[in-house]
Write a protein that binds this ligand. Structure first.
Ligand SMILES: Cc1cc2nc3c(=O)[nH]c(=O)nc-3n(C[C@H](O)[C@H](O)[C@H](O)COP(=O)(O)OP(=O)(O)OC[C@H]3O[C@@H](n4cnc5c(N)ncnc54)[C@H](O)[C@@H]3O)c2cc1C
Length: 411
């Protein structure tokens, strides 16, 4: 019989969710160093299709882990959104709205921090199958068998762990596609004004999402990352030339950019699925839990890096309790992902997606444009600035009422 390697915790996937879980685990329980393994099918630094926008919530998580952001980054302090009923200013008086990084370097930075803290990362190894019984989980990979007390499925939107343990369900997988364009920073508003742009006008033409343009640095050279997100299930989106329709929408959103030429060069476009949060899903079964995209992230914008860190923090907490003998800890993890701060935030974003991407979207965009103060609270809440997104709903409503009705400052 093939020998297996034994660990306390096996993590499938060394992206932000898997690495955040590992980092929070060794932070809470240094004795777990050497007893956690992350299995990664690629090797860091590896390319990941992603715009790399870190919202302030993610920066708070990095602070909590004591990891300085030592990769090239562009800070964005202004934001604009075009909607089917007019433009909206998303700026917050000079506060940083996003820090744009490249995922190959960012994820490699996290992997280095995890390795330094005693987490083993087995690279170029693919998780193939998962089986469990009452006392352990067995993970079959193309580099042998791993056994553990707990398995964390952090292997992204197409999660193999999810399919093996929770069954296949694809209705909640949207798609985003992107490209990068070299630009002259002296002539590009995104660099001159340090701003990002969103364009939701495609909602009126049947796309459940938006186009974006983010300033970023690739190998030190200024670029724009341009992309489009569509929340609809990707099988549907890919049928009948939807992909070229998405590109046409991007061209329409940013007519000033040389995207038209790119239309013909399909290889320059990168596309990837995004699994979004569905309250009907479960995230723990026996000794297996899900985190990050494998579990499901923001349905409205497709933002997932902050969720990956939040899931990682909660997973680490529950795993420590489980290893201490609390047999209910993983069930509580599932419950927290639904009813804790991150679950409540994702449920609100799912609600927003149902309305902003509905046939009545014009009404909702109109409401969003009415009050600048309400919008400022919305932006801070979305960004998790000063942990605003963790406030109970009634405190948020009180804050909103004071800002809008009594004109109290938002901060
Ligand atoms: C075009 C696009 C733009 C985006 N822009 C943003 C943005 O600006 N900001 C933001 O916050 N989010 C953005 N997202 C979403 C973000 O990329 C994800 O939410 C985030 O990567 C989730 O992290 P994760 O660790 O859960 O999954 P991943 O980053 O996908 O990591 C999963 C890891 O598991 C590995 N893996 C997969 N299968 C296996 C297997 N069988 N065995 C072993 N390893 C495996 C993969 O190689 C990968 O390293 C974007 C997504 C797309 C598609």
């Amino acid at each position: 019989m093939e020998a297996s390697r034994k660990f306390d915790v096996v993590i499938a996937g060394a992206g932000p969710a898997g690495l955040a879980t590992a980092l929070f685990l060794v932070k809470h329980r240094p004795a777990l160093a050497g007893r956690i393994v992350a299995i990664e099918k690629s090797a860091h630094p590896r390319f990941k299709v992603c715009a790399g926008g870190l919202i302030p919530k993610t920066m708070l998580a990095l602070d909590e882990l004591g990891i300085p952001l030592d990769v090239p980054a562009v800070e964005v302090v202004r934001g604009e959104a075009s909607t089917p009923v007019g433009g909206v200013d998303l700026s917050r008086g000079g506060d940083v709205l996003a820090t744009v990084i490249r995922r190959d370097l960012f994820d490699a930075m996290l992997a280095r921090a995890a390795s330094d803290a005693g987490v083993e990362i087995v690279q170029r190894s693919r998780v193939l199958d998962v089986t469990q019984d009452a006392s352990s989980v067995r993970v079959d990979t193309d580099q042998g068998i791993f056994e553990a007390q707990i398995l964390v499925g952090a292997d992204g939107s197409g999660s193999r762990v999810r399919r093996a343990v929770f069954g296949a369900r694809k209705e909640t997988i949207g798609r985003a596609m992107m490209t990068d364009i070299a630009v002259d920073p002296e002539r590009t508003p995104e660099f001159i004004e340090k701003r990002y742009c969103f364009d939701f006008r495609c909602v009126s033409r049947g796309i459940s999402g938006y186009s974006w343009s983010f300033p970023c640095l690739i190998g030190g050279a200024p670029h724009l990352n341009i992309g489009i997100y569509d929340q609809r299930p990707h099988e549907f989106v890919e049928a009948g030339g939807e992909q070229s329709r998405m590109i046409a929408e991007l061209v329409a959103a940013f007519p000033e950019l040389p995207l038209d030429g790119l239309k013909r060069h399909a290889t320059r476009w990168q596309s990837f699925p995004i699994r979004w949060f569905d309250a009907a899903d479960s995230y723990a079964r026996g000794r297996v839990i899900l985190a990050g995209d494998a579990a499901g992230v923001d349905p409205l914008m497709g933002e997932g890096i902050s969720c990956a860190f939040e899931h990682g923090k909660l997973a680490a907490n529950s795993i420590c309790k489980f290893l201490d003998g609390d047999g209910d800890a993983l069930r509580i993890y599932d419950l927290t992902l639904h009813e804790g701060a991150v679950g409540k935030k994702l449920s609100k974003l799912a609600f927003a997606a149902r309305h902003f991407y509905s046939p009545h979207h014009r009404l909702f965009f109109r409401v969003a444009r009415i009050s600048r103060r309400a919008r400022e609270i919305g932006v801070d809440w979305y960004n998790g600035a000063r942990h605003l997104d963790e406030l109970p709903t009634r405190s948020l409503i009180a804050r909103w009422a004071r800002a809008v009705l009594l004109r109290e400052p938002v901060r």
